[in-house]
Design a protein around this ligand. Sequence first.
Ligand SMILES: *Cc1c(COP(=O)(O)O)cnc(C)c1O
Length: 492
Amino acid sequence: MPQKTDMYQNDSELLDELDRLDRISRQLEISDSERLETIKATADFADKFIGGLNSAKAFNKKKAENLNLNGDKSSLRDTLELYRKEVAENGINAASGKHLGYIPGGGIFISAIADFIAAVTNPFAGEYFASPGAATIENEVANWLKTIFSFPEESVGILASGGSISTLIAFTAARDKHRVKNEKIRKSVVYLSEQTHHSTHKALRIIGLEDVIIRTVPLDKQRRMNVAALALQTESDIANGLTPFLIVATAGATDTGAVDPLDAIADIAEKHKIWLHIDAAYGGFFILTSKRELFNGIERADSVVTDPHKGMFIPYGVRGVLIKDKSAVLYSHHYNANYMQDAANEELVRSSSNLSPELTKHFRGMRVWLPLKIHGLEPFVACLEEKLLLVRYFRNKLRRLGFQLGPEPDLSISYFRYPFKSQPDERNKRLMEAIHEDGDVFLSSSVINGEYVIRIAILSFRTKKETIDAAAAMISRCLKKEIECDLAARTV
Ligand SMILES: *Cc1c(COP(=O)(O)O)cnc(C)c1O
């Protein structure tokens, strides 16, 4: 088949065509003045958005429209306006301090600047050879995480995008270290609890361990894993010829914030040589606060995951995973390819591409490194301590409004329900719907001990005493409405 390039028999035609293409493709490298204008439009957008956060609702429900791509051009200012309407002010406003559902974080501004700088310079962070600086920044953030959790220097630390990927990396290392494959899968036992995050089950399935035996260890009154029950279960499994393989403990459960008794669980893991994985996605950074004791034993784990996009208020998309057994991680992820030969001589573990499924990746270390450089650690710790106090302040308020509260929280999540005399589940659900309808502050619900509960998760750096006052006022307003509606329904 004749190719289009065959048309250019002489250089002058070819040069003409190159000229034409150059004029069009140059649009991608905008001029100095356009660049300034672009930055200014973006800064205006950011100022207006952040300045309006206090008065904006935390939750809006509408369909997203007009976001299709049809190849046409439009201006940045118009497009940012579209973004504001359809994205920034639609759904849960996760940047708002009034987002108190699921697990919020907020998204500190310096991290956004870090993303900007990372994208402008675009270093290849996955290979030390390609960008010693970017790879070192990633490793320094990982090293910093190791010191927080008292992990040894020679353990590996990887920055992944979020929950599932990092859990996947840790479990794959556990699987390969314990050689859990073929007929061994059906005899291997994983211990977790009812409070274990669903990403755990998902990761096991993805890495081919769907058929392991799963033991759901009961919880105690504080909603923590019951260690005596775990001990009994492992002993009886061993007696029955099964192989305890993995314990998944949680340091800060998503629903309740409960921290499992890590040290006692580590005793059991150590005794039977079971891989201990600790999910500290939400709770991890509270180890830097007055709650430190709750985390005793975390340093004994084989792997720990924690989310800077939660407890460090970084925008979504960065999760740290620490794994003690370097060779298990390399066994699963290190790969040699001819086209990578220039990079092969570097020390393997300095390049994250040998430690994770990713090769080319977002330079996400920058979004943790820059805020720590610019702010130092102190305001992060103060912010976490503040959240611990705010949850107590909130509970005091709700108690006065007549609500039933869940147990004294380990960290900054709590739950509650109103003791309606009849149909309490249904009516608390209606109360939740009224709260979503109101939208000033966003809360979410769960089912705990078979009962419908409303939960509050205080973790955004923008959540302040005034936010909690607004939340309590909103809950009181919605409760009043529910009681009035119910009375009206009965008198009809
Ligand atoms: C949020 C959370 C996860 C999931 O992590 P992502 O970073 O959101 O993917 C896992 N476990 C716990 C305990 C969590 O709170």
